[in-house]
Design a protein around this ligand. Structure first.
Ligand SMILES: Nc1nc2c(ncn2[C@@H]2O[C@H](COP(=O)(O)OP(=O)(O)OP(=O)(O)O)[C@@H](O)[C@H]2O)c(=O)[nH]1
Ligand SMILES: [Mg+2]
Length: 273
C-alpha cells in the first residue's frame, strides 16, 4: 500500500520539467527549516568500522548517504547541516572509511544523519560489509540517499548497490525504508544546459530500471552555485516524519518550493522555441 503512494523515479516527470531544484545563494541563508538553522547543534556522535561498533542511539530516526567514493557525500552532508567541515572531505577518493553518525539538532532523538564510506575502485570489502549489515539491520533507518555524480554513468558497483538497496528496502510487511536518488555536482550557471538534461534523463532511466521504487532525483551542487539545499532539507524532514512538526515554519516551504519550481520551469521555457 505504501509502495503505491510513493512517487516513482520515472523519466516522464524529468522531461516535463517538474523536478524542483533549489538555487540557494548561501548555505547559511535559509531560515526555512528551524531544525537545520542552529548549525552549532549538529555534532559528530560516533564512527563505526564494524557492525559491532554501530551505536544504537536510542532509535532516533536516521537517514544515510551512500555513493561511489568521491561522489560528494560528505560535502553534501556539511552543506545540509550548515557546517563547512563537520564531515571531513577530500579530493582523494576513499576518504571516509567508516559509518559516521551525526546528530542534527540539540535533541538527539530527533534526527541522525549518517555518512558512509564510498564504494567503487577505492572502496574496501570491509567497508561494504559494515554498510550492508547496517542497511539490513537498522530498524530506525528511514531513507537511503543514493548519490550519483551527474557527469558519470552507472558503474557495475553502482548497479550492484542499487539492486542491493531495492532488495533490502522491501521487508516482509512492506517497505523498511525508502530510496532517494540524488545527483551531485550539478554545477551550472543560468539555464540548465541541454547536454546535462539528456544525461540526467538517461541516468534516471537506468537507475529506475534497477530500483523501480526509488524517489525522483534531487539535483544538488555543494559548490557555488549551490543547488538542491532546501529540497534536500525538506526531503530529509519528510523522510523522518518531521515536516510540519516543528521542522518548518508556517508553510513557508511550500511558497519557496513553488517559487523555485516556477524559476526552473520558466528558465526551461525561455530555451524552447
Ligand atoms: N564541483 C563540485 N565538486 C564537489 C561537489 N561536491 C563535492 N565536491 C568535491 O568532490 C570531492 C569529494 O567530495 P567528498 O564530499 O569528500 O566526497 P565523498 O563522496 O564523501 O568521498 P569519499 O569519502 O571518498 O567516499 C571534493 O574535492 C569536493 O570538494 C559539487 O557539488 N561540485
Ligand atoms: Mg566522504
Amino acid at each position: 500500500m505504501f509502495k503505491a503512494t510513493l512517487p516513482r523515479c520515472n523519466v516522464k516527470s524529468l522531461k516535463s520539467g517538474s523536478l524542483p531544484t533549489t538555487q540557494t545563494p548561501s548555505p547559511r541563508s535559509p531560515k526555512v527549516f528551524p531544525l537545520f538553522q542552529h548549525h552549532s547543534t549538529a555534532e559528530f556522535l560516533a564512527a563505526a568500522a564494524t557492525e559491532q561498533s554501530i551505536p544504537k542511539l536510542h532509535g532516533a530516526p536516521e537517514v544515510v548517504f551512500t555513493g561511489r567514493a568521491n561522489v560528494g557525500k560528505s560535502s553534501l552532508l556539511n552543506l545540509i547541516v550548515g557546517r563547512r567541515s563537520l564531515a571531513s572531505t577530500s579530493k582523494k577518493p576513499g576518504h571516509t572509511q567508516t559509518l559516521n553518525f551525526y546528530r542534527i539538532s540539540s535533541d538527539p532523538r530527533k534526527l541522525v544523519v549518517v555518512d558512509s564510506a564510498g564504494y567503487g575502485s577505492r572502496g574496501r570489502l570491509e567497508w561494504g560489509q559494515t554498510f550492508e549489515w547496517y542497511i539490513q539491520n537498522r530498524p530506525q533507518l528511514k531513507r537511503v540517499y543514493a548519490l550519483f555524480d551527474i557527469r558519470h554513468g552507472l558503474t557495475e558497483a553502482d548497479k550492484m548497490m542499487l539492486q542491493f538497496l531495492e532488495e533490502a528496502s522491501q521487508g516482509p510487511d512492506g517497505p523498511r525504508f525508502t530510496i532517494q536518488v540524488v545527483f551531485t555536482k550539478v554545477s551550472w550557471r543560468g539555464d540548465f544546459p541541454e547536454h546535462l538534461k539528456a544525461i540526467k534523463e538517461r541516468l534516471a532511466k537506468n537507475i529506475f530500471q534497477l530500483t523501480p521504487t526509488c524517489l525522483p532525483p534531487i539535483l544538488t551542487s555543494s559548490k557555488i552555485p549551490i543547488r538542491g539545499l532546501n529540497h534536500m532539507r525538506q526531503n530529509i524532514l519528510e523522510a523522518v516524519g518531521l515536516l510540519g512538526q516543528g521542522g518548518t515554519q508556517n508553510g513557508r516551504v511550500q511558497i519557496i518550493r513553488a517559487a523555485e519550481t516556477q524559476t526552473e520551469t520558466s528558465s526551461h521555457r525561455t530555451k524552447r522555441p
